[in-house]
Design a protein around this ligand. Structure first.
Ligand code: PEP
Ligand code: MG
Length: 591
């Protein structure tokens, strides 16, 4: 070992696990070459036009490069092409293009410096703005400007598609354009300074099924090209310069994980029935119709949550009824006769929509989100409801209303649903009128009012992601309070039990579609509460099914009594460990 190598101590970095799995390999830094060493210099009056032309040529070149990327996007990622198409328009955005030319001319400075100045002014301008749509647009402008900058400074644009060795990508921020070029035989996984699970990039990583850790803050400043790194996308850990022992340990975990994945995937199609004969439907949560293949591959018993926001977030205009209908029909037909629970728009909160003017909210999570937005914009709502109703003719559809906090909201939502159905009937459109209608239980007031709410609906679907956020007052995206965010918090367990009991008493069904349902460690509790339907990300299905098959509902019921007596998360965990530790550890690759 050289002196330098011995100084390279093992280092662990903690980020957000955006896509599960483990990869071990050499780091490959992408994206910023040349850009950090930009110099400012004066441009004489006589050279100004030349400098502007140099900028224009760089823009044209960048446009061509992006066009090439769009044309070569692999079929399975075509859905993401629209993001790049929006980037094409941004090359000539006033705030970027015209402003840079103006800055070159007015300040007599070189194009690189002018572009850098324009972009940092833009970032500063939007820094304090809460509106996440606008923030995303600035991110898009930054991606576009980086591409122009690489051409201006003459640096080689790293084309991910051209990488010809097996590496792990390390980047400040991978744009959707970068991610869409990933070739599975070359890229083992990726890690980024920025981003989170819900970003487009995270979504693509999960559809590619490669490990990814995001939101690592300054990983690009720490890791150098060719450093050996371990990426654990399940736990969100990156290990730089691993010791021999760590490497051995992670190779073992990787092998175990892959063997485990393979074995449970093989059994993914088996029924989820406990040893004593209690059956659970294990369904999938999806955002895109493209995920259907993954649902089928992983043995999903249907789609328990179809989040419909994506179509609205990805375009500057609201989709038409026909566009929505085509998407819903594709999903419903592909899964039929298994059920598809289509959730109506849950926009705003952390998922802001295109129309920005009215959404400068201080507390978006407590703002005009989901059903509140829909009831305030009945035309938008009715358009979606008509599209969903039309899709009912092609399979087994249920409708789910998100973020219900009052009885009036359910009554009003059902009234608009009736109006949508009446209008279709009048037009002679074929659809099923008597489909099941349910509400998300994800706000504490809905838990407390569950007995009254039950009379208006056919089912409850418990959304623990928001229920935890709203009950424990923890922003689900804030990593500083993430240690408090726990589904096993006794308050959450009591709420879930209350909802399950009320539903049973009132004779309606109760399901769970929050992330709590997708973790095998929670399964004894959910069985103890006799949840008959659980919905989760498709990759989690085989592990959950396999856990259910190893348990007895009778034991789980008994354990639930003890669990409900606990006051602390750690005591609940201990009970689970004491009773199911062996089964859980056999099923966890980390042990
Ligand atoms: C939830 O809140 O638990 C849920 C499933 O909805 P989302 O994650 O889309 O808010
Ligand atoms: Mg929710």
């Amino acid at each position: 070992m050289t002196a330098i190598e011995t100084e390279d101590k093992e280092m662990r970095l903690y980020g957000i696990g955006a896509s599960p799995g483990i990869c071990i390999g050499k780091a490959y830094l992408v994206g910023k070459e040349g850009v950090d060493v930009i110099k400012k210099y004066h441009i004489a009056e006589s050279r100004l036009q030349n400098e502007v032309n140099r900028f224009k040529i760089a823009v044209e070149k960048a446009k061509k490069e992006l066009q090439g990327i769009i044309e070569n996007i692999p079929q399975e990622l075509r859905e993401h092409a629209y993001i790049l198409e929006t980037h094409m328009v941004l090359f000539k955005d006033k705030l970027l293009y015209e402003k840079t030319i103006e800055t070159i001319e007015n300040e007599h400075i070189n194009a690189e410096w002018a572009l850098k100045k324009v972009v940092s002014n833009l970032k500063a301008m939007f820094h304090n703005i809460q509106d996440s749509y606008l923030k995303e647009r600035v991110d898009d402008i930054v991606h576009v400007s980086e591409r122009i900058m690489l051409n201006l400074v003459g640096a080689e644009t790293v084309n991910i598609a051209d990488i010809d060795k097996r590496v792990i990508l390390v980047a400040h921020d991978l744009s959707p354009a970068d991610t869409s070029q990933i070739q599975l035989e070359k890229i083992m996984g990726f890690i980024t300074d920025r981003g989170g699970r819900a970003s487009h990039t995270g979504i693509i990583a999960r559809s590619l099924e490669i490990p990814a850790v995001m939101g690592l803050d300054n990983v690009t400043a720490i890791i150098k090209n060719d450093d050996i790194i371990i990426v654990d996308g399940t736990s969100g850990i990156v290990i730089v310069h691993p010791t021999e022992d760590t490497l051995k340990d992670y190779f073992r975990r990787k092998i175990n994980y892959e063997a485990y994945q393979e074995s449970i995937n093989r059994d993914g199609h088996l029924l989820a029935e406990t040893v004593d004969g209690f059956s659970v439907q294990v369904m999938a949560n999806i955002e895109l119709s493209e995920e259907i293949a993954s649902v089928i591959d992983h043995g999903g018993d249907g789609i328990g949550l179809y989040r419909t926001e994506f179509q609205y977030l990805s375009s500057a205009f609201f989709p038409s009824e026909d566009e929505l209908f085509e998407k819903y029909k594709a999903v419903v037909e592909a899964i039929a006769p298994k059920p598809v629970v289509i959730r109506t728009l849950d926009i705003n909160g952390d998922k802001a929509i295109a129309d920005t003017s009215e959404f400068d909210e201080t507390n978006p999570a407590l703002g005009l989100r989901a059903i509140r937005y829909c009831l305030k914009n009945p035309d938008v709502f009715k358009t979606q409801l008509r599209a969903i109703l039309r899709a009912t003719a092609f399979g087994n559809v249920r409708i789910l209303f998100p973020m219900i906090s009052t009885c009036e909201e359910v009554r009003e939502a059902r009234r608009i649903l009736d109006e949508a159905a009446d209008s279709l009937e009048k037009e002679g459109v074929v659809f099923k009128r008597n489909i099941e209608v349910g509400i998300m239980i994800e706000v504490p007031s809905a838990v407390i009012m569950a007995d009254v709410l039950a009379q208006y609906v056919d089912f409850f679907s418990i959304g623990t992601n928001d229920l935890i956020q709203y009950s424990l007052a923890i922003d689900r995206d804030n990593k500083d309070v993430a240690h408090l965010y726990h589904p096993l918090n006794p308050a959450i367990l009591r709420m879930v039990k209350h909802v399950a009991d009320v539903a049973r008493e009132k004779g309606i069904k109760v399901y769970m579609c929050g992330e709590m349902a997708g973790d095998p460690i929670h399964i004894p509790i959910l069985l103890g509460l006799e949840m008959v339907e659980l919905s989760m990300n498709p990759q989690a299905i085989p592990a959950v099914k396999s856990m259910i098959r190893a348990l007895k509902v009778e034991d789980a019921r008994r354990l639930m009594k003890d669990i409900l007596k606990q006051t602390d998360v750690k005591d609940v965990l201990k009970l689970l460990q004491d009773n199911y530790g062996t089964i859980i550890s056999e099923k966890m690759y980390t042990e």
